[in-house]
Design a binder for this molecule. Structure first.
Ligand code: NI
Length: 185
């Protein structure tokens, strides 16, 4: 089921989410929660979504980069479900232009690590580890922030690059060689 995406101002987005400890913790069950997150991410054109964004304060996110025009410059990345993720940041810092489904209509630039090693439980609660580079690594950092009650605005060194999407699409990519994607996560 496609769920409503909470917008900045909802206290759930500013709450540190607890670990998933059992399959029933999500109220409706973990399988339904994951399915709703995937459907909502796809319906809204996002490349990732965290459970708090649909009002469930638990450490779960999903990532998927599809071959769509709005993500020009970003290679497709397969659907990845991460439960209780732990992130280790590696690689140099990049300038990342980001948006967020919970901060509708805006984009801004902030530093992110170019790589991340993520350990997590998959949908079968089996432990996994992935070494992400580039765009998926940035999306994983963005989604992990949501689990800490943070949004990308908190990581902007200042607000001078904050702009509406129309301006971003019209100007920013051509003005800035460091743009490495245009997530709407
Ligand atoms: Ni977001």
């Amino acid at each position: 089921m496609i769920r409503q995406v909470l917008q900045l101002g909802d206290p759930v987005l500013r709450t540190v989410a607890p670990d998933v400890k059992n399959l029933h913790q999500a109220g409706v069950g973990l399988d339904i929660l994951l399915q709703d997150m995937i459907e909502t991410m796809r319906a809204t054109g996002g490349v990732g979504i965290a459970a708090p964004q649909i009002g469930v304060s638990l450490r779960v996110f999903v990532i998927e980069v599809r071959d769509e025009d709005r993500y020009r410059g970003a290679k497709p990345y397969p659907l990845t479900i991460a439960i209780n993720p732990k992130l280790k940041l590696v690689g140099p810092l990049l300038q990342s232009w980001e948006g967020c489904l919970s901060v509708r209509g805006l984009r801004g630039r902030l530093p992110r690590n170019s790589e991340a090693v993520i350990s997590f439980l998959d949908a079968d609660l089996e432990p996994r580890e992935l070494h992400l580079t580039g765009f998926p690594a940035i999306v994983a950092q963005h989604e992990t922030d949501h689990l800490e009650g943070m949004v990308y605005l908190d990581r902007m060194p200042d607000l001078s690059t904050l702009c509406f999407e129309e301006h971003y699409h019209a100007n920013v990519v051509s003005l800035n060689d460091e743009a490495i994607g245009e997530p709407s996560v």
